[in-house]
Design a protein around this ligand. Structure first.
Ligand code: NAD
Length: 270
Protein backbone atom coordinates (compact mmCIF):
# COMPACT_ATOMS: atom_id res chain seq x y z
CA UNK A 1 0.00 0.00 0.00
CA UNK A 2 1.27 3.48 -0.87
CA UNK A 3 1.44 5.88 2.08
CA UNK A 4 0.96 9.64 1.80
CA UNK A 5 2.65 11.90 4.29
CA UNK A 6 0.88 15.04 3.09
CA UNK A 7 -1.71 16.87 5.17
CA UNK A 8 -5.12 17.88 3.89
CA UNK A 9 -8.81 17.10 3.81
CA UNK A 10 -8.29 13.82 1.93
CA UNK A 11 -4.76 13.14 3.12
CA UNK A 12 -3.57 9.60 2.45
CA UNK A 13 -6.62 8.63 0.40
CA UNK A 14 -6.02 6.79 -2.85
CA UNK A 15 -8.51 8.26 -5.33
CA UNK A 16 -9.15 7.23 -8.93
CA UNK A 17 -10.50 9.94 -11.25
CA UNK A 18 -11.80 8.72 -14.60
CA UNK A 19 -11.61 11.23 -17.43
CA UNK A 20 -9.06 12.99 -15.26
CA UNK A 21 -6.81 14.19 -18.08
CA UNK A 22 -8.94 17.22 -18.94
CA UNK A 23 -11.90 19.40 -18.03
CA UNK A 24 -13.63 18.85 -14.70
CA UNK A 25 -11.75 15.59 -14.06
CA UNK A 26 -8.41 17.39 -14.22
CA UNK A 27 -9.74 20.05 -11.83
CA UNK A 28 -10.84 17.30 -9.43
CA UNK A 29 -7.44 15.59 -9.69
CA UNK A 30 -5.65 18.86 -8.88
CA UNK A 31 -7.92 19.79 -5.97
CA UNK A 32 -7.76 16.30 -4.44
CA UNK A 33 -4.00 16.25 -4.80
CA UNK A 34 -3.76 19.72 -3.19
CA UNK A 35 -5.61 18.24 -0.22
CA UNK A 36 -3.24 15.32 0.19
CA UNK A 37 -4.75 12.51 -1.92
CA UNK A 38 -2.74 10.12 -4.02
CA UNK A 39 -4.51 10.61 -7.34
CA UNK A 40 -4.73 8.04 -10.09
CA UNK A 41 -5.92 9.49 -13.39
CA UNK A 42 -7.59 7.19 -15.91
CA UNK A 43 -8.35 8.45 -19.40
CA UNK A 44 -7.88 7.87 -23.12
CA UNK A 45 -5.67 10.97 -23.50
CA UNK A 46 -2.30 9.46 -22.62
CA UNK A 47 -0.10 12.53 -23.07
CA UNK A 48 -2.32 14.90 -21.10
CA UNK A 49 -3.02 12.27 -18.42
CA UNK A 50 0.63 11.35 -17.92
CA UNK A 51 1.67 14.99 -17.86
CA UNK A 52 -0.87 15.91 -15.17
CA UNK A 53 -0.12 12.80 -13.12
CA UNK A 54 3.60 13.68 -13.12
CA UNK A 55 2.83 17.26 -12.10
CA UNK A 56 0.69 16.05 -9.18
CA UNK A 57 3.00 13.23 -8.07
CA UNK A 58 0.22 10.81 -8.96
CA UNK A 59 -0.24 8.06 -11.53
CA UNK A 60 -1.83 7.63 -14.93
CA UNK A 61 -3.56 4.53 -16.30
CA UNK A 62 -5.13 4.22 -19.74
CA UNK A 63 -8.80 3.24 -19.53
CA UNK A 64 -11.83 3.27 -21.77
CA UNK A 65 -14.55 3.42 -19.12
CA UNK A 66 -17.05 1.67 -21.40
CA UNK A 67 -14.93 -1.51 -21.56
CA UNK A 68 -15.44 -4.18 -18.88
CA UNK A 69 -12.20 -5.92 -19.93
CA UNK A 70 -10.26 -2.72 -19.33
CA UNK A 71 -11.91 -2.11 -15.93
CA UNK A 72 -11.13 -5.66 -14.92
CA UNK A 73 -7.46 -5.31 -15.86
CA UNK A 74 -7.23 -1.89 -14.21
CA UNK A 75 -8.71 -3.12 -10.95
CA UNK A 76 -6.15 -5.95 -10.73
CA UNK A 77 -3.38 -3.42 -11.34
CA UNK A 78 -4.75 -1.00 -8.71
CA UNK A 79 -4.93 -3.79 -6.13
CA UNK A 80 -1.37 -4.84 -6.93
CA UNK A 81 0.13 -1.33 -7.09
CA UNK A 82 -1.80 0.53 -4.38
CA UNK A 83 -3.54 -2.13 -2.28
CA UNK A 84 -6.98 -0.74 -3.18
CA UNK A 85 -8.82 2.57 -3.31
CA UNK A 86 -10.42 4.97 -0.83
CA UNK A 87 -12.23 7.09 -3.38
CA UNK A 88 -13.48 7.02 -6.95
CA UNK A 89 -14.74 9.82 -9.19
CA UNK A 90 -16.72 8.40 -12.11
CA UNK A 91 -16.23 11.56 -14.13
CA UNK A 92 -15.54 10.46 -17.73
CA UNK A 93 -18.46 11.40 -19.91
CA UNK A 94 -19.41 12.48 -23.41
CA UNK A 95 -22.19 14.57 -24.93
CA UNK A 96 -21.35 14.72 -28.61
CA UNK A 97 -23.71 13.47 -31.30
CA UNK A 98 -22.91 13.25 -35.00
CA UNK A 99 -26.56 13.86 -35.77
CA UNK A 100 -28.69 16.20 -33.63
CA UNK A 101 -29.89 15.21 -30.20
CA UNK A 102 -33.60 15.91 -30.23
CA UNK A 103 -36.02 13.02 -30.50
CA UNK A 104 -36.60 13.44 -34.24
CA UNK A 105 -32.99 13.72 -35.33
CA UNK A 106 -31.13 11.47 -32.89
CA UNK A 107 -29.17 8.59 -34.41
CA UNK A 108 -29.45 5.35 -32.46
CA UNK A 109 -25.69 4.95 -32.79
CA UNK A 110 -25.16 8.25 -30.91
CA UNK A 111 -27.66 7.29 -28.22
CA UNK A 112 -25.87 3.99 -27.65
CA UNK A 113 -22.40 5.58 -27.60
CA UNK A 114 -23.46 8.22 -25.06
CA UNK A 115 -25.03 5.54 -22.86
CA UNK A 116 -21.98 3.27 -23.25
CA UNK A 117 -19.63 5.90 -21.84
CA UNK A 118 -21.89 7.71 -19.36
CA UNK A 119 -23.98 4.81 -18.04
CA UNK A 120 -21.94 1.64 -18.69
CA UNK A 121 -18.83 3.57 -17.59
CA UNK A 122 -20.44 4.54 -14.28
CA UNK A 123 -21.87 1.08 -13.58
CA UNK A 124 -18.53 -0.55 -14.36
CA UNK A 125 -16.68 2.01 -12.23
CA UNK A 126 -18.91 1.13 -9.27
CA UNK A 127 -18.76 -2.61 -10.00
CA UNK A 128 -14.95 -2.71 -10.05
CA UNK A 129 -14.39 0.16 -7.59
CA UNK A 130 -16.42 -1.31 -4.72
CA UNK A 131 -14.26 -4.43 -4.19
CA UNK A 132 -11.20 -2.17 -4.14
CA UNK A 133 -12.69 -0.14 -1.26
CA UNK A 134 -14.57 -2.66 0.79
CA UNK A 135 -13.72 -2.71 4.48
CA UNK A 136 -15.56 -4.35 7.33
CA UNK A 137 -18.18 -2.74 9.52
CA UNK A 138 -15.68 -2.23 12.35
CA UNK A 139 -13.71 0.18 10.16
CA UNK A 140 -16.71 2.51 9.79
CA UNK A 141 -17.36 4.49 6.62
CA UNK A 142 -14.18 4.60 4.59
CA UNK A 143 -14.84 4.56 0.85
CA UNK A 144 -16.57 7.20 -1.23
CA UNK A 145 -17.81 7.13 -4.82
CA UNK A 146 -18.76 10.32 -6.64
CA UNK A 147 -20.66 9.92 -9.90
CA UNK A 148 -20.74 12.91 -12.25
CA UNK A 149 -24.32 13.47 -13.27
CA UNK A 150 -25.57 16.88 -14.47
CA UNK A 151 -28.37 19.38 -14.10
CA UNK A 152 -29.45 17.86 -17.43
CA UNK A 153 -30.62 14.92 -15.27
CA UNK A 154 -33.02 17.29 -13.48
CA UNK A 155 -34.09 19.74 -16.20
CA UNK A 156 -35.22 18.26 -19.53
CA UNK A 157 -33.76 19.92 -22.63
CA UNK A 158 -35.05 19.02 -26.09
CA UNK A 159 -31.51 19.27 -27.52
CA UNK A 160 -29.98 16.87 -24.95
CA UNK A 161 -32.20 13.81 -25.15
CA UNK A 162 -29.52 11.10 -24.90
CA UNK A 163 -27.18 13.03 -22.63
CA UNK A 164 -29.93 14.08 -20.22
CA UNK A 165 -31.37 10.57 -20.07
CA UNK A 166 -27.93 9.08 -19.47
CA UNK A 167 -27.27 11.52 -16.61
CA UNK A 168 -30.69 10.87 -15.04
CA UNK A 169 -29.75 7.19 -15.16
CA UNK A 170 -26.45 7.98 -13.44
CA UNK A 171 -28.36 9.70 -10.62
CA UNK A 172 -30.60 6.66 -10.23
CA UNK A 173 -27.68 4.23 -10.33
CA UNK A 174 -26.01 6.28 -7.59
CA UNK A 175 -28.91 5.76 -5.19
CA UNK A 176 -29.07 2.05 -5.99
CA UNK A 177 -25.33 1.68 -5.33
CA UNK A 178 -25.62 3.68 -2.09
CA UNK A 179 -28.33 1.24 -0.86
CA UNK A 180 -26.34 -1.78 -2.01
CA UNK A 181 -23.26 -0.72 -0.05
CA UNK A 182 -25.20 0.32 3.06
CA UNK A 183 -27.17 -2.96 3.16
CA UNK A 184 -23.90 -4.90 3.15
CA UNK A 185 -22.09 -2.71 5.72
CA UNK A 186 -19.34 -2.09 3.18
CA UNK A 187 -18.47 1.30 4.64
CA UNK A 188 -18.80 2.86 1.18
CA UNK A 189 -20.84 5.96 0.36
CA UNK A 190 -22.05 6.86 -3.13
CA UNK A 191 -23.33 10.29 -4.20
CA UNK A 192 -23.96 12.11 -7.46
CA UNK A 193 -22.57 15.52 -8.34
CA UNK A 194 -24.58 17.72 -10.71
CA UNK A 195 -22.67 20.56 -12.39
CA UNK A 196 -24.42 23.38 -14.21
CA UNK A 197 -22.57 25.12 -17.03
CA UNK A 198 -18.79 25.01 -16.96
CA UNK A 199 -16.92 26.02 -20.12
CA UNK A 200 -14.94 22.82 -20.77
CA UNK A 201 -14.41 21.19 -24.19
CA UNK A 202 -17.64 19.23 -23.68
CA UNK A 203 -19.74 22.27 -22.78
CA UNK A 204 -18.25 24.32 -25.61
CA UNK A 205 -19.19 21.47 -27.98
CA UNK A 206 -22.81 21.55 -26.76
CA UNK A 207 -22.96 25.35 -27.07
CA UNK A 208 -21.49 25.25 -30.61
CA UNK A 209 -24.03 22.65 -31.68
CA UNK A 210 -26.99 24.50 -30.19
CA UNK A 211 -25.67 27.74 -31.72
CA UNK A 212 -25.68 26.06 -35.14
CA UNK A 213 -29.07 24.39 -34.69
CA UNK A 214 -30.73 27.63 -33.58
CA UNK A 215 -28.76 29.78 -36.09
CA UNK A 216 -27.46 31.92 -33.22
CA UNK A 217 -23.73 31.29 -33.47
CA UNK A 218 -21.58 30.12 -30.57
CA UNK A 219 -21.19 33.51 -28.85
CA UNK A 220 -24.89 34.23 -28.61
CA UNK A 221 -25.70 30.64 -27.66
CA UNK A 222 -23.03 30.76 -24.92
CA UNK A 223 -24.42 34.04 -23.58
CA UNK A 224 -27.95 32.57 -23.60
CA UNK A 225 -26.74 29.52 -21.65
CA UNK A 226 -24.92 31.62 -19.07
CA UNK A 227 -27.84 34.07 -18.71
CA UNK A 228 -29.75 31.20 -17.08
CA UNK A 229 -27.41 31.18 -14.06
CA UNK A 230 -28.90 33.22 -11.18
CA UNK A 231 -25.54 33.71 -9.48
CA UNK A 232 -24.44 35.34 -12.69
CA UNK A 233 -20.78 34.64 -13.03
CA UNK A 234 -19.71 31.65 -15.05
CA UNK A 235 -18.78 28.60 -13.04
CA UNK A 236 -15.20 27.41 -12.89
CA UNK A 237 -14.05 23.77 -12.89
CA UNK A 238 -12.75 24.25 -9.35
CA UNK A 239 -16.32 24.86 -8.14
CA UNK A 240 -17.16 21.31 -9.19
CA UNK A 241 -13.88 19.98 -7.82
CA UNK A 242 -14.70 21.52 -4.43
CA UNK A 243 -17.99 19.59 -4.42
CA UNK A 244 -16.18 16.35 -5.24
CA UNK A 245 -13.59 17.07 -2.54
CA UNK A 246 -16.32 17.45 0.10
CA UNK A 247 -18.02 14.20 -0.95
CA UNK A 248 -14.71 12.31 -0.92
CA UNK A 249 -13.58 13.70 2.42
CA UNK A 250 -14.66 12.41 5.82
CA UNK A 251 -16.53 15.70 6.31
CA UNK A 252 -19.39 14.04 4.40
CA UNK A 253 -19.12 10.73 6.26
CA UNK A 254 -22.87 10.53 6.93
CA UNK A 255 -23.97 11.55 3.43
CA UNK A 256 -24.88 8.84 0.95
CA UNK A 257 -27.32 8.51 -1.94
CA UNK A 258 -27.70 12.25 -2.28
CA UNK A 259 -27.43 14.69 -5.17
CA UNK A 260 -25.07 17.64 -4.79
CA UNK A 261 -26.10 20.33 -7.28
CA UNK A 262 -23.38 22.88 -8.09
CA UNK A 263 -25.05 25.11 -10.67
CA UNK A 264 -25.17 28.69 -9.43
CA UNK A 265 -28.91 28.26 -8.88
CA UNK A 266 -29.91 27.22 -12.42
CA UNK A 267 -32.28 24.55 -11.18
CA UNK A 268 -34.13 27.22 -9.12
CA UNK A 269 -35.52 28.74 -12.31
CA UNK A 270 -36.47 25.57 -14.19
P1 NAD B 1 -14.54 17.08 -21.10
O1 NAD B 1 -14.96 16.60 -22.44
O2 NAD B 1 -13.90 18.41 -20.99
O3 NAD B 1 -13.60 16.00 -20.40
C1 NAD B 1 -13.99 14.65 -20.35
C2 NAD B 1 -12.79 13.77 -20.10
O4 NAD B 1 -13.25 12.41 -20.15
C3 NAD B 1 -11.70 13.91 -21.17
O5 NAD B 1 -10.43 13.93 -20.56
C4 NAD B 1 -11.90 12.67 -22.03
O6 NAD B 1 -10.73 12.23 -22.68
C5 NAD B 1 -12.40 11.65 -21.00
N1 NAD B 1 -13.14 10.55 -21.61
C6 NAD B 1 -14.12 10.62 -22.55
N2 NAD B 1 -14.52 9.40 -22.90
C7 NAD B 1 -13.79 8.53 -22.16
C8 NAD B 1 -13.76 7.11 -22.05
N3 NAD B 1 -14.56 6.34 -22.81
N4 NAD B 1 -12.90 6.55 -21.19
C9 NAD B 1 -12.08 7.32 -20.43
N5 NAD B 1 -12.06 8.65 -20.49
C10 NAD B 1 -12.91 9.26 -21.34
O7 NAD B 1 -15.87 17.05 -20.20
P2 NAD B 1 -16.18 17.79 -18.81
O8 NAD B 1 -17.01 18.97 -19.09
O9 NAD B 1 -14.94 17.91 -18.02
O10 NAD B 1 -17.16 16.71 -18.15
C11 NAD B 1 -16.76 15.86 -17.08
C12 NAD B 1 -18.01 15.23 -16.50
O11 NAD B 1 -18.86 16.25 -15.97
C13 NAD B 1 -18.85 14.48 -17.55
O12 NAD B 1 -19.38 13.31 -16.98
C14 NAD B 1 -19.94 15.47 -17.87
O13 NAD B 1 -21.10 14.84 -18.35
C15 NAD B 1 -20.15 16.13 -16.52
N6 NAD B 1 -20.76 17.46 -16.64
C16 NAD B 1 -20.09 18.51 -17.18
C17 NAD B 1 -20.71 19.75 -17.25
C18 NAD B 1 -20.02 20.98 -17.79
O14 NAD B 1 -20.61 22.05 -17.75
N7 NAD B 1 -18.81 20.90 -18.27
C19 NAD B 1 -22.02 19.91 -16.82
C20 NAD B 1 -22.67 18.82 -16.29
C21 NAD B 1 -22.04 17.59 -16.20
Amino acid sequence: MVKQARAGRVAGKRILVTGGAGGLGAACARRLSDEGALVIIADLLDDAGEHLARELGGHYRRLDVSSEEEWSALSLGLKRDFGGLDGLVNNAGIASSKAGEDVESIALEDLHRIFAVNVDGTVLGCKYGIPLMVGDASEGVRGSIVNLSSIAALIPASFLLAYGASKATVAHITRSVAMHCAERDYGIRCNSLHPGIVRTDMMNGIIDRVGREKSLGADKAGAAFEAQVPLGCAQEPVDIANGALFLLSDESRFITGTQLIVDGGMTLCN
